[in-house]
Design a protein around this ligand. Structure first.
Ligand code: TZP
Ligand code: MG
Length: 225
């Protein structure tokens, strides 16, 4: 655990393998707290609130509802797209895409937390690392209804991006418990799973299965980043 600008210790990024996203497109408002608890019970290491198209006041309300659950679990809480909301609710980090603010602008609005950047190519990943992101998303590996307008990049660049860059990289897009071994064999170390967990009949069990695969893999390769 490491200290956070916003209170008690949270798990450091280098110990985060399974990144869960609480995407409001998959989870009705009344189930958000129970879904968060299920994700935590399943062992997710870091959680993002993604609320595309929601009014800012609603995102703040949801963030305030789930914030204590994550703090109690020592799991970093990331807000998608909105550094000012991350600052307002005392989140541990913010995640931005290629078309969002520059890292400098994000850090001006949200000075002390983690900043993640979505990347869709090796060149974008290099740029994200160079501009000082704390971690990267890399994908979508496969076509996914969660982010339908993006061309999948496949598995071929995963090894290269990990060889070149030393910050934590979370592979994303169509990652499921079932294809995780293939993705890890292609060089991935960390992943984001959205619909796989949120649409599972038992989200906690689903996350736990993925987490087990990830931790077994990382313990077999302890020196890799
Ligand atoms: N960024 C790239 S792919 C993606 C995001 C947010 C969605 C991944 O969702 P899923 O359901 O795990 O494919
Ligand atoms: Mg964005």
């Amino acid at each position: 655990m490491s200290g956070s600008a916003n209170g008690p210790a949270v798990q450091p990024l280098h110990q985060c393998w399974l990144y869960g996203i609480l995407d409001l497109g998959y989870c009705p408002r009344e189930n958000l707290a129970s879904m968060t608890k299920a994700m935590l019970a399943g062992g997710i290491d870091i959680l993002q609130l993604r609320a595309k198209g929601y009014p800012e006041a609603e995102i703040v309300a949801v963030a305030r509802e789930i914030r204590p659950l994550l703090r109690d679990a020592g799991v970093p809480f990331i807000i998608n797209d909105h550094p000012a909301i991350a600052q307002e609710v005392g989140a541990d980090g913010v995640h931005v895409g290629q078309d969002d603010l520059s890292l400098a602008e994000v850090r001006r609005l949200f000075p002390r937390g983690l900043v993640g950047r979505s990347t869709h190519s090796v060149a974008q990943a290099r740029a994200g690392a160079a501009e000082g992101a704390d971690y990267l998303g890399f994908g979508p590996l496969f076509a996914t209804p969660t982010k339908p307008d993006y061309t999948p990049i496949g598995l071929d660049d995963i090894r290269q991006v990990h060889e070149e860059l030393s910050l934590p990289i979370f592979c994303i897009g169509g990652v499921k418990a079932e294809n995780l071994p293939t993705i890890l064999a292609a060089g991935a170390r960390r992943v984001v799973i959205v619909s796989g967990i949120l649409s599972a009949s038992n989200p906690a069990d689903y996350a736990a299965e993925a987490k087990k695969t990830l931790t077994n893999h990382s313990s077999e390769r302890p020196c890799a980043s």
